[in-house]
Design a protein around this ligand. Structure first.
Ligand code: XMP
Length: 509
């Protein structure tokens, strides 16, 4: 395996993906944890990520320089390279201006990192400081017009660095360079597949849980469904799932999910209808954070009451994914947890004295989908778009009433029907409707109307950390708008959301 040291780059997850796409397992670790992680995992190689800091800034992230003496191949990217050079007594200078964007790379070395790479190729630069003198034993292996030491290496010690970003698509030969590092330099094997992961995960769950009982909150989303299947394959009926219908699901969704889950997951599932409890608690509430907090609290109460009926449960299983874990170890911390309080069962393990089982915590969403395929989860569940825990409550802006929820359900149903028949459902990260808390004037027949506005949101994304609004065909938007206004009572206007994340978020609340 490979360890990636997180110096705070926005591209960290991309480095991890690039490594894993080559069937080599990797983990991202905080700089403070570098030596300990190396001791624990004995990695074949280390990648030091880029980062926004200057090595001269007070408090800039650091690793113990002893790492460079362990004999493990190390690739430093951008800040990672600057840190390595400075730590080994080279010279890094504060640059007057940042170099940002495409640059032409002249490659001097035909092997090592650059095996199979042409003498000139394009690379993507994004760095402030620059290297003025290499440490002893290093030689320059590539340059650009502005950067003499765009890449360098000490082949004896297997230490190397690049100032550009091989992990981004803007560096077309970057994938080749990373492959050279993984296989030629580190000697990794292509042994990490979803088949091997599933086998290992099932064994690991068994080792952790033994003959104890596990409870799991099933939402019908791909993460909790895959978690349930893995655990079920490991411990069978010692797993009990709880599905809470909070009354905030899409049209007919609770009934359809119930049927699909029953049919395809031959697992103990307890269905709890708590719709009225949620609606009562949300009455009159308009503030997004309060909505989220209330839903979180009621969910915990309902879940806890149900879980207590399962005698002898000692573990709580969750479908936590790697991006959540990375955000909590990242040196700069992820901002998303403070922007919106996520609804989950975070407080439960402590309250109920349950231990956690999180078999997916090293996987990205696309890997979870592959794993789902591998372990036989039906397509219907694998390819469901993500749906937020607080459900339609954060899509009915303003006050949530049964009537407004129903209007949104009807709008949403039309949108999804059209998205599906245009063959776009799987291509979009999410597509949904939002009911706005204002009305607008329209004309229907000869009469004036004063009705609700529905907003349509469709985004593409790899992992929800960033997202772009989908360029849906105009004809499709026209059809959706026509149908909504004609078929849904109470809506006389449809708008399309053309904001990306950041600075907007995917959900409106
Ligand atoms: P935002 O709106 O922060 O959403 O860009 C990012 C992704 O997370 C989903 N989301 C949630 N998922 N509980 C969840 O399980 C939540 O409270 C929650 N809030 C947002 C959102 O749908 C998107 O996929």
């Amino acid at each position: 395996m490979i360890i990636i040291i997180d110096f705070g780059s926005q591209y960290n997850q991309l480095i991890a993906r690039r490594v894993r796409e080559n069937h080599v397992f990797c983990q991202i670790e905080a700089p403070d944890n570098a030596l300990e992680a190396i001791r624990r995992h004995s990695p074949q190689g280390l990648i030091l990520s880029g980062g926004p800091s200057s090595i001269y800034e007070a408090g800039s992230p650091k690793i113990d320089p002893a790492v460079f003496t362990l004999g493990i191949p190390i690739l430093g990217i951008c800040y990672g390279m600057q840190f390595m050079v400075a730590a080994l007594s080279g010279r890094v200078e504060r640059a007057q201006k940042r170099e940002y964007g495409f640059a032409e790379l002249s490659v001097k070395d035909a092997d090592g990192l650059f095996k199979g790479v042409r003498r000139t190729t394009t690379c993507w630069m994004s760095h402030g400081d620059s290297i003025k003198q290499l440490p002893q034993g290093f030689k320059a292996t590539a340059s650009t017009a502005n950067t003499t030491f765009a890449a360098a290496c000490d082949s004896r010690r297997k230490l190397m660095g690049v100032q550009f970003h091989p992990e981004v698509d803007h560096t077309p030969m970057g994938a080749t360079m990373l492959r050279n590092f993984l296989f030629d330099i580190c000697g990794c094997k292509r042994s990490w597949t979803m088949k091997s992961f599933a086998k290992e995960a099932v064994a690991e769950i068994h080792r952790t849980v033994g003959d104890k009982k596990v409870v799991l909150g099933l939402s019908g989303g791909v993460d909790s469904s895959v978690t349930a299947m893995l655990i079920h394959q490991s411990i069978g009926n010692h797993l009990t799932c709880i599905f809470v219908d909070n009354g905030l699901l899409r049209k007919n969704e609770a009934a359809q999910l119930k049927q699909t889950l029953r049919q395809h997951l031959q697992i103990n599932i307890r269905f709890v209808n708590a719709a009225s409890l949620f609606l009562k608690a949300l009455r009159g509430v308009t503030d997004p954070e309060r909505k989220r907090k209330i839903i979180g609290r009621v969910f915990m109460e309902v879940f806890e009451a149900e879980a207590r009926k399962i005698k002898g449960a000692e573990f709580l299983a969750q479908g936590t994914l790697y991006p959540d874990v990375i955000e909590s170890v990242s040196v700069f911390g992820g901002p998303s947890s403070v922007i919106k309080s996520h609804h989950n069962v975070g407080g439960l393990p402590k309250r109920m004295k349950l231990k956690l089982v999180e078999p997916l915590k090293y996987l990205f969403k696309d890997e979870v989908r592959k794993l789902g395929q591998q372990i036989g989860l039906p397509e219907k569940l694998i390819w469901r778009q993500p749906f937020p825990g607080p459900g339609l409550a954060i899509r009915v802006l303003g006050e949530i009433t049964a009537n407004r929820l129903n209007i949104l359900r009807d709008v949403d149903e039309i949108l999804l029907e059209e998205i599906r028949s245009a063959g776009l459902y799987k291509k979009l990260w999410q597509s949904f409707a939002v009911l706005l808390p204002i009305k607008s004037v329209g004309v229907m027949g000869d009469a004036r109307t004063y009705e609700n506005i529905a907003a349509i949101r469709a985004v593409t994304s790899r992992d929800a950390m960033t997202a772009d609004w989908a360029r849906l065909p105009h004809e499709l938007l026209a059809r959706v708008s026509n149908r909504i206004i004609n078929e849904v009572d109470g809506v006389n206007r449809v708008v399309y959301d053309i904001s990306s994340k950041p600075p907007s978020t995917i959900e409106w609340e």
